[in-house]
Design a protein around this ligand. Structure first.
Ligand code: AP5
Length: 214
């Protein structure tokens, strides 16, 4: 059966980490607007040129740019459903997504909210390392200090440009102002929103999410 999910939460809540695991175990496609934008920036496409400065400043990329990108993605053949990570992030994006899904007669099954306190998030994000080749996510906490290569594919690990402390703080402010209202938007639909505490271990959080989805 096709399943369609959204994963919401502040920067560093663990959306990417959990979305990959859920996509794997449920058999859906992981669609991360952040990954799509970073890829466009790295390739120097028109989309990347429009997005780059906003991303580096910790600001949201304008809605019309994001909506064009996501509507292209959801219009393509996605046979086994999806988990949207990093979208929607404004009320306008949430409303546009509802209209798009209605038009295409696609059902949204669950919205997963990962909730974590801000002080934990700054530490997580400034310590994040990402594989330049496969996108695997690591953290310096509990990692060998000299580690520079990905365990999965041997690619180089790097620090995201927007994971500097001052940019992280700006991203958290933007989240509270522009993205938190999206939670209320989905809370109004009966039984759609499930909320999990994102301060525990990665595996415990996955189990809690899977329980909420079943
Ligand atoms: P995006 O890439 O979506 O960034 P984000 O939402 O800020 O989220 P992050 O990717 O930083 O964090 P995450 O929750 O995925 O955490 P992760 O799993 O990596 O967006 C980047 C930018 O693109 C935006 O600022 C904006 O400019 C633009 N953009 C994207 N979408 C947009 C949209 N829809 N509209 C407008 N602009 C848009 O984990 C973080 C770290 O914590 C890792 O090191 C991980 O190993 C560790 N960790 C995870 N879980 C745990 C745990 N339980 N315990 C301990 N450590 C953990």
């Amino acid at each position: 059966m096709v399943k369609n999910f959204i994963i919401l939460g502040p920067p560093g809540a663990g959306k990417g980490t959990q979305a990959v695991k859920i996509a794997d175990s449920v058999g859906v496609q992981h669609l991360s607007t952040g990954d799509l934008l970073r890829d466009a920036v790295a390739k120097g496409t028109e989309l990347g040129k429009k997005a780059k400065d906003f991303m580096n400043q910790g600001l949201l990329v304008p809605d019309e740019v994001i909506l064009g990108m996501i509507s292209d993605k959801l219009s393509g053949p996605i046979a086994f459903g999806w988990i949207l990570d990093g979208f929607p992030r404004t009320l306008e994006q949430a409303e546009a997504l509802s209209m798009l899904l209605k038009e295409k007669e696609i059902e949204l099954d669950k919205v997963i909210l990962i909730d974590v306190a801000s002080k934990i998030l700054v530490k997580r994000l400034t310590g994040r390392r990402v594989c330049a080749n496969c996108g695997a996510i690591y953290n310096v906490v509990g990692m060998d200090k000299n580690k520079q290569k990905c365990d999965k594919c041997g690619g180089n690990l790097f620090t995201r440009d927007d994971d500097k402390e001052e940019t992280v703080k700006r991203r958290l402010e933007v989240y509270i102002k522009q993205t938190a209202p999206v939670i209320d938007f989905y809370a109004k639909s009966n039984g759609l929103l499930i909320s999990v505490d994102g301060s525990g271990s990665i595996d415990d959080i996955t189990s809690e999410i899977m329980e909420g989805l079943s």
